[in-house]
Ligand binder design. Structure first.
Ligand code: DC
Length: 202
């Protein structure tokens, strides 16, 4: 059985948590595509050329703890504007999406560019203030030394770069259902996403 769930949206909207839960619910494989761009960003911070880094990426590169840092998130957003970086990462994502047994991919351009034919598409969003607050708490809990104002400024800058780039900008696909998590608990958001996917399976 081939069934692709495309989940897109801005940083800290709840995409990752929702995607993992949807994958677990249906027994589908899960790919956090942001990790691909983060792994390239981390290599660039270490001095690599972004396109070479993207072409040489291996699954082992996706496990490093450093990928979750704020500096790597910013670097990821910067390398993500480069067309050749995106092209180098495309085939891996498409193959993953069409694997047998079902797949959930989360990112920015899954429903629009990577898997325009995905069986289910959800655009997960929340207000910038709400997302910055969630991300700030997450970073603090991990020991990052950063202010709430800085996190909000970075969330806004990253949204702008992700949404305004020429290559595969972050945008809801015309046939995606928007799920705004600003006023939802995580359980409520997951339940809505599971119901949306379930409706596409019947
Ligand atoms: O989802 P994330 O925060 O881990 O993503 C990090 C950056 O990678 C994000 O700012 C934009 C980029 N990205 C992208 O351009 N396309 C994707 N499918 C996933 C992430």
């Amino acid at each position: 059985m081939i069934f692709t769930v495309a989940i897109d949206g801005p940083a800290a909207a709840g995409k990752g948590t929702i995607s993992k839960a949807v994958a677990a619910h249906f027994g589908f494989a899960y790919l956090d595509t942001g990790l691909l761009y983060r792994a390239v960003g981390a290599k660039v911070l270490d001095g690599a050329d972004p396109v070479d880094a993207a072409r040489a990426l291996s699954p082992d590169d996706l496990n490093a703890d450093v990928l979750r840092t704020h500096a790597v998130a910013q670097a990821a957003s910067e390398v993500a504007v480069i067309a050749d970086v995106r092209a180098a990462l495309l085939v891996f994502q498409r193959d993953f999406a069409r694997r047998s047994g079902g797949a959930v991919l989360d990112g920015r351009d899954i429903g629009t560019v990577i898997c325009p034919d995905a069986e289910a598409k959800i655009f997960v969003t929340a207000s910038a203030a709400c997302r910055a607050d969630r991300r700030f708490k997450e970073l603090k809990a991990r020991g990052n030394d950063i202010s709430a104002d800085q996190v909000l400024a970075d969330v806004i800058a990253r949204d702008k770069r992700d949404a305004e780039r020429a290559e595969a900008p972050m945008i809801a696909a015309a046939d995606a259902v928007t799920l705004d998590t600003s006023d939802l608990t995580i359980e409520q958001a997951i339940a809505k996403a599971v119901a949306l996917v379930d409706a596409k399976r019947t």
